[in-house]
Design a protein around this ligand. Structure first.
Ligand code: ARG
Length: 273
């Protein structure tokens, strides 16, 4: 029985690693791992974003981020859920924590079920969004509000966002213990999609954020975590860490799921939000 369990663990870890690698659509895969966590960021002030979630297998292995959006629901990336869909019993969500080495700093919730966007495409990474329903009610944590139409209209070139996360599974040395945060400016869709950049890979369900010169970005293991935007003093979630060519490479900003375009699906899936 023990042996069987060990084999299951191994298979699961491999699955997760594989799918994280696949989420990097560019063939020059080797360069993709030049940075292995939030690149160029800082430690987030502890417990300042309690809705930030760490998705775990066996309560130990962090494999993706997520965000508590209210009720029993956590928003994440579809490519994060894809690898673990059949193993809901082994997946848990850690909320409100700061240091991975201090599990008691946050609280673990069991998974009731996963909802993946029906239009999710694991080749183009289009519609990279999923919702995790938890078994228990979440107590004492304010959810992050999702962006509304009016706020989305206000977003232009100069808008600065924040991405956060704990870094990469499988690259232990580079994995931070504490939650990291990085500020990245919005990149115009047309520019991001131009030949010198992502050359048409950016669908309307994606948005780009990062610096032309690179250096600051989200990275492997940050996937599923929130991209947030401050509007008149309140932080709203507008994106989900999704993919990118490498990390923090000049000319290749991070690509985030564009929540605004997928709000209808979110509302349909979780009517009480
Ligand atoms: N696909 C990655 C993950 O599964 C996230 C990559 C984000 N990349 C970037 N350059 N911003 O963790």
């Amino acid at each position: 029985m023990k042996k069987l369990m060990q084999m299951a663990v191994l298979a699961l870890c491999q699955l997760i690693l594989l799918s994280a690698a696949n989420a990097n659509t560019n063939p020059e895969e080797t360069r993709a791992y030049s940075g292995i966590r939030i690149v160029g960021g800082d430690e987030l002030s502890p417990f300042s974003r309690p809705y930030m979630a760490s998705l775990r297998v066996f309560g130990e292995i962090h494999f993706c981020g997520g965000a508590y959006i209210g009720g029993k629901y956590v928003l994440t990336a579809a490519h994060c859920v894809e690898a673990v869909e059949d193993y809901a019993d082994f997946v848990s969500v850690w909320l409100g924590g700061h240091k991975l080495s201090e599990p008691d700093g946050g609280r673990f919730y069991q998974v009731a079920r996963f909802y993946t966007h029906p239009g999710y495409d694991n080749e183009t990474i289009d519609n990279d969004i999923a919702i995790i329903e938890l078994q228990q009610d979440v107590e004492g944590i304010e959810p992050v509000p999702l962006i509304s139409e009016e706020q989305f209209d206000g977003i232009q070139k100069a808008s600065v966002f924040e991405a956060m996360g704990w870094g990469s599974l499988g690259y232990d040395k580079g994995q931070p213990d504490t939650l990291q945060v990085v500020q990245v400016p919005y990149v115009d869709r047309e520019l991001c999609n131009s030949r010198k950049h992502y050359n048409g890979a950016i669908t309307k369900n994606m948005l780009c954020a990062g610096f032309d010169e690179g250096g600051k970005d989200s990275c492997q293991g940050d996937s599923g975590g929130p991209l947030i935007y401050n509007h008149q003093g309140t932080w709203y979630q507008l994106g989900v860490v999704s993919w990118g060519y490498g990390c923090a490479e000049p000319g290749y900003p991070g690509v985030y799921t564009n929540i605004f375009e997928l709000l209808d699906w979110v509302k349909q899936t979780v009517p009480e939000l």
